[in-house]
Design a binder for this molecule. Structure first.
Ligand SMILES: [Zn+2]
Length: 66
């Protein structure tokens, strides 16, 4: 499996994690909790995260649906 870099800082990222540890820790706790849920909305939340990162929203201000 090819390793995808962290979407936010392009640094190395562990497989299975959405972001590298440094970027992940900057997300608000409710956002992290929501992103950890693996339900039918998981992909939609990941898309929201990616859209905001691509729009250069600061990590601390990122919000996703519950
Ligand atoms: Zn990162």
């Amino acid at each position: 499996m090819r390793l995808t870099p962290c979407r936010s800082c392009r640094g190395p990222r562990r497989p299975g994690n959405y972001l590298c540890h440094t970027c992940w820790c900057q997300l608000a706790m409710p956002v992290r909790r929501a992103l950890c849920k693996r339900d039918t909305r998981a992909l939609a939340r990941l898309r929201q995260l990616h859209e905001q990162i691509d729009a250069r929203v600061p990590l601390v201000e990122i919000a996703v649906s519950a």
